[in-house]
Write a protein that binds this ligand. Structure first.
Ligand code: SF4
Length: 147
């Protein structure tokens, strides 16, 4: 069983209220069992919602308590992101998922890159909060860009 970012298969859970529907992802999943999650919704955030970025290093540092997730209006949504990651992990473990296919660059789901916290569109190497928690729990994470 693979756990997937819901926005990649057309669910309108993105911060803007839209999705990141991806034909490559759907082709990849054709013969596979999968379950979908949106960590930000699972963490109690509304859709649509204000965009957020990690303000120091990446999701691993958020989990360690050294970094925060902040909206562009400077609201601290760290607890929502951490709770959403924990709920996502609970579901992944419930369904014995060994792999996670997650949306690149998201502050929750990014596997290799995230935005740098400046809300200027700059990206840096690093993982989102849920991707980092999955990796810490031995779930292989990869993004739609790696298909
Ligand atoms: Fe997609 Fe993940 Fe963002 Fe939810 S949290 S909209 S699944 S990238």
């Amino acid at each position: 069983m693979i756990i997937i970012s819901a926005c990649l298969v057309g669910v309108n859970c993105k911060y803007s209220g839209g999705n990141n529907d991806n034909e490559k992802v759907k082709e990849f999943l054709k013969d596979k069992e999968f379950i979908i999650i949106c960590p930000e919704q699972l963490g109690g955030l509304a859709t649509p919602r204000n965009p957020s970025e990690i303000n120091y290093i990446d999701g691993s540092e958020v989990l360690n308590g050294n970094s925060k997730v902040i909206t562009w209006e400077n609201i601290d949504v760290t607890d929502n992101f951490v709770n959403g990651a924990k709920e996502s992990l609970k579901i992944a473990q419930m369904y014995n998922c060994k792999q996670a296919l997650l949306k690149e660059s998201s502050p929750s789901c990014g596997c290799n890159f995230i935005y740098d916290g400046s809300f200027t569109g700059n990206k840096v190497c690093g993982m989102g909060v849920t991707a980092a928690l999955f990796k810490e729990n031995n779930i292989e994470v990869f993004s739609e860009k790696e298909l």
